[in-house]
Design a protein around this ligand. Structure first.
Ligand SMILES: [Zn+2]
Length: 481
């Protein structure tokens, strides 16, 4: 049975057919390194690390590219505001990103190209687009001409006519179409710049990914990945550039859903994120410190990637309990050195004789991963294996075999790594107990409100506020942070 993948471009599940037999190239859009990562930035790397691990055990040689955007308007703005050199800012936040990936056991990324290492290649690529009549020069730099691109909008399902209607009134008079986008931006006074035939400046955001895919994976490659918020305009524009440059670009587009809190996605653009106290709780390093990196990895893989991940305190508490249960069942098996599993490793797990129900769970794990990398369904099978192990006698060979298979399959997802048990234990307790206590307090407050006892309800909220806990009453119920 071949692996099947849901392709956003064709809007269908398709068998995965690599361009070169036995090899898969994946490109995942990486972070712009000007600020602390938040929890949402970790979804892509963790998910595609699990996917790359799975492709590996299915016998593929995987090249996994995850770029670093280290020049951008936001980086320049931050540097101008703080007076800190932009290179220092990007160095600090890219190191933070790499440290977070290590803590989360992301181990399969083979390349982290940086935008600033590819500027000469971007200039050549832009010159090619100009020569092909797909771009034009304006006083501000070089712009891509979307009207020259047949099928522009095919990924996101948008039409150019709608983009005109939706464009803002004060449109740039130098643009031929409101959806035209910058390939090269002429530098303002004091801004970092590179020399180019169009004056000193810097590359636009979209061009960097097209150029870095070209120079790492080639003009055509297997999988382009990213968060669903990147479909338009970023990925649409990447396709336009890649096709105009003569490539077919990515064959399969995979978009993961986002981490959500109180019903809306956690993104820098969320107006609530302007409140520093609100934003603070989603900072990735803080989240990992508070809940333990193993629990966050598990949380990010606990559903299907095309559905949102819930970041509510109760969801995190549930995940911690579930993971702790598995780790307790495995015991010292988690502490064995963890190497990346390969096809031979998976074959060895499949050869182990298991009682019938456990063997079914093992097969279901494999089927779930082969069917569009359904990590949530795969993790559910790990719990069935754990349950089946407990039905066997303490020292029986059957129990040992089930637990060995459980450990091996979990490790393919990057779970059950050495040190995970200790990390979970050291971040333990407080948060889960707090979540349970808050559940009780908010339940009592809801009862007070139901009987119109607003004095008690306000008293509870004020006392919680004094203790540093903010309660918010929204349309979807009451939440706290
Ligand atoms: Zn990108």
């Amino acid at each position: 049975m071949p692996i099947r993948v849901y392709n956003t471009l064709t809007r269908r599940s398709e068998p995965l057919n690599p361009l070169t037999p036995g090899k898969i190239g994946i490109y995942l859009c990486g972070p712009t390194v000007y600020d602390d990562c938040h929890i949402g930035h970790l979804m892509g790397p963790v998910l595609f690390d699990a996917i790359a691990r799975w492709l590996r055990v299915r016998g593929y040689d995987v090249r996994f590219v995850n770029n670093i955007t280290d020049i951008d308007d936001k980086i320049i703005e931050r540097s101008q505001r703080s007076g800190e050199p932009w290179q220092e800012i990007t160095r600090r936040y890219s190191e933070q990103y790499f440290a977070l990936l290590r803590r989360l056991h992301v181990a399969t990324i083979t390349d982290h190209p940086r935008c600033t290492d590819f500027v000469p290649q971007m200039i050549r690529y832009i010159a090619d687009l100009l020569a092909a009549g797909r771009a034009y020069v304006t006083p501000d730099g070089v712009v891509y001409d979307v009207q020259q691109q047949p099928g522009y909008g095919k990924l996101s399902g948008r039409r150019l006519e709608e983009m005109v209607a939706g464009a803002r009134v004060e449109r740039d008079p130098h643009l031929r179409h409101p959806a035209d986008f910058a390939l090269w931006k002429r530098a303002g006074p004091g801004e970092p710049s590179w020399d180019s035939p169009w004056g000193p400046g810097r590359p636009g955001w979209h061009i960097e990914c097209s150029v870095m895919t070209y120079h790492t994976l080639g003009p055509d490659f297997d999988i382009h990945a990213g968060g669903e918020e990147l479909k338009f305009p970023h990925h649409e524009n990447e396709i336009a550039q890649g096709e105009a440059h003569g490539g077919g670009y990515a064959r399969v587009w995979m978009h993961h859903n986002l981490v959500q809190y109180q019903g809306s996605k956690i993104a820098k653009s969320d107006p609530r994120m302007r409140d520093p106290a609100f934003a603070e709780q989603f900072k990735a390093w803080r989240v990992l410190d508070a809940h333990g990196a193993p629990a966050i990895r598990y949380l990010l893989l606990s559903g299907h990637y095309r559905r949102p991940v819930d970041f509510a305190p109760a969801a995190i508490a549930a995940v911690r309990t579930a993971l702790q249960r598995l780790l307790a069942a495995l015991g010292e098996r988690c502490e064995a050195p963890a190497t990346l599993c390969d096809a031979a490793g998976l074959a060895a797990l499949l050869e182990r004789a298991l009682p019938e129900r456990a063997a079914q769970a093992r097969a279901a794990f494999i089927a779930a991963m082969d069917d569009d990398f359904n990590t949530g369904a795969a993790i559910a099978q790990l719990h069935i294996l754990s349950h089946e192990a407990h039905k066997e006698a303490e020292d029986s060979a059957a129990r040992a075999a089930i637990l060995d298979v459980l450990a091996g399959l979990g490790r393919i997802l990057g779970l059950f790594q050495p040190g995970d048990r200790a990390q979970l234990a050291s971040t333990a307790g407080g948060d889960e107990r707090l979540a349970k206590v808050m559940e009780l307090v908010l339940e009592l407050r809801a009862q007070a409100r139901a009987r119109r006892d607003f004095a008690t309800s306000d008293f509870i909220r004020e006392r919680l506020q004094a203790a540093g806990i903010t309660v918010r009453d929204g349309r979807d119920g009451t939440t706290w942070s």
